[in-house]
Ligand binder design. Sequence first.
Ligand SMILES: C[S@@+](CC[C@H](N)C(=O)[O-])C[C@H]1O[C@@H](n2cnc3c(N)ncnc32)[C@H](O)[C@@H]1O
Length: 245
Amino acid sequence: MKKRIFILTIFPEYFKPLIECGIAGSALRGERSQDDLKFEVHLINIRDYSKTNYKSVDDTPYGGGPGMVMRADILKDALVEGVVNQFGYQSLADLQVIYTSPRGVVWNNEVAKSFAQEKLSHPTRDIVFIAGRYEGIDERFLENYVDEFYSIGDFVLTGGELAIMLMIDSSIRFVPGILGNKLSSQMDSFEDGLLEHPQYTRPAEFEGKSVPEVLMNGHHKKIEEWQKAEKLRLTNKHRPDLLKK
Ligand SMILES: C[S@@+](CC[C@H](N)C(=O)[O-])C[C@H]1O[C@@H](n2cnc3c(N)ncnc32)[C@H](O)[C@@H]1O
């Protein structure tokens, strides 16, 4: 099964490292998958759908105020001509259109996991991310074309590109077959409500510090007990709020 991810942006070059590097990159290039689910990323430059002389995509806000607003008509053309028509979809119902915005559902590990299950692994509907810039997007486009909104936190970015990359990177690892070791995502921080325990590798001695003895003796039960105690210790130290939950 082919899973297409479209990204509508005025800065397609932002996404180059995400697609070229690391685990997320190989997943997005369709090189990692399970059950025949292969990702395909298409970067759509919104400017290509502007009919203005200077290929602008924004205009001044009605009612005044600072900054510029992205035009609904140009975004609609990018979505309908650049995605629906160009890639042969029957209608917009074949796509899930996502906009990142401070007004959205706040992203965290649980939301990322549901996103992977319900959106990235959805058998029929492909995904379109819209990257906002300037002061954001004309409300009428959001009302008519966006299915879901996500925020990556209570702060304001200069554009949606980083938010989209963060969402993709942190959710694609929950798609079966993407991480080399199946257990890996289940062992990471937040999975059981706690931070991960400390990790060690060679050399066994570093600047006078040894690896904890318990990890060297191969006693699995004792290692598990140590890891659990360390998870609690680190969570209590760095994120006591998680323990209250
Ligand atoms: C400068 S921001 C616009 C902020 C908007 N005027 C406001 O006050 O909510 C430009 C774009 O960055 C993205 N963005 C900014 N903050 C974000 C956040 N916390 N989460 C997700 N996307 C964000 C949105 O796509 C937004 O359209």
